[in-house]
Design a protein around this ligand. Structure first.
Ligand SMILES: [Zn+2]
Length: 275
């Protein structure tokens, strides 16, 4: 009975919205061809959204703001609990700046979708994933191989510049952008899981890293889904942004504990064996 009470109105809303969509736009369009569309994993439909105070996608704006606030709150807590002398302190502060910047552009893009704001949203979102992969390699290397760490950072920056140049020199290549994001995202996720597994039994805080990566992978399901926005507002992409907002709370918990662990270990003569 209760299930029916929920399912029937939702189904009606979806059907009405589909009808409304067909009346308004008269057909199905490919996202990569749409000015106001969004590229997802497959050929999708561009759904109409209800504007609120001039915002094109108010739900995505609000949920992007939640992600932005989550990083601001957590990096503040990180800076209060971890001394700047701790290993990787500045790496994770830079990571926070990269993430905050990306979420600012996500807010801007969903508020006003133009070719420029769309590109900035894509590039900054990619900068978060790429930075996380570089940070993983830096974390794995520890204090060893300083030249290799610098080489990895330079390689990452060079690749990011190439990526932006390639996507801005001509027509935006949505297929290439998606492939690069998926590849870097999978390597990043698998890399962090592989780093967690041998350490999780000896350092309990490492589980927060594992939880964050697994939760991020699960939330990606929403990004590959597509359905008409409920109440002309809540589409799969907006819900994806909502689902990622709690992740920084787990992630920074891991970062804080890891930096304090490294700080504690750094005074030991056999430090290199315990990173
Ligand atoms: Zn978005």
């Amino acid at each position: 009975m209760n299930t029916q009470v929920v399912i029937i109105p939702v189904t009606l809303i979806i059907v009405l919205q589909r009808l409304g969509y067909q009346v308004m736009s008269g057909g199905v369009q490919c996202h990569s061809e749409c000015y106001n569309g969004r590229v997802t994993m497959s050929v999708n439909i561009t759904w109409p959204f209800t504007r609120l105070c001039g915002l094109q996608e108010p739900a995505s704006v609000f949920f992007s703001l939640l992600n932005l606030l989550a990083h601001v709150v957590n990096v503040r807590r990180f800076r209060l609990s971890v001394p700047p002398s701790a290993p990787l302190y500045w790496l994770w502060c830079t990571h926070a700046v990269v993430c905050i910047n990306a979420w600012i552009w996500s807010v801007v893009f969903h508020a006003r979708d133009t070719p420029t704001t769309e590109k900035l949203d894509y590039f900054c979102a990619f900068s978060m994933v790429l930075f996380s992969l570089i940070a993983l390699i830096v974390r794995m290397l520890g204090r060893r191989y300083g030249y290799l760490r610098q080489l990895v950072c330079m390689g990452g920056i060079t690749f990011f510049i190439f990526h932006v140049w390639y996507l801005t020199k001509a027509r935006f290549d949505y297929g290439y952008n998606m492939k690069v994001n998926v590849c870097v995202g999978i390597i990043n996720g698998c890399g962090w899981v592989a780093w967690c597994i041998p350490r999780i039994h000896t350092r309990s805080y490492v589980r927060w890293c594992g939880y964050t990566v697994l939760a991020a992978m699960v939330t990606m399901l929403l990004e590959v889904m597509d359905f008409p926005p409920l109440l002309w507002t809540l589409d799969a992409h907006a819900l994806w942004h909502l689902s990622t907002a709690p992740l920084p709370f787990m992630w920074y918990r891991f970062l804080e504990s890891d930096c304090l662990y490294l700080l504690q270990q750094s005074s030991r003569p056999d430090y290199k064996k315990h990173i």
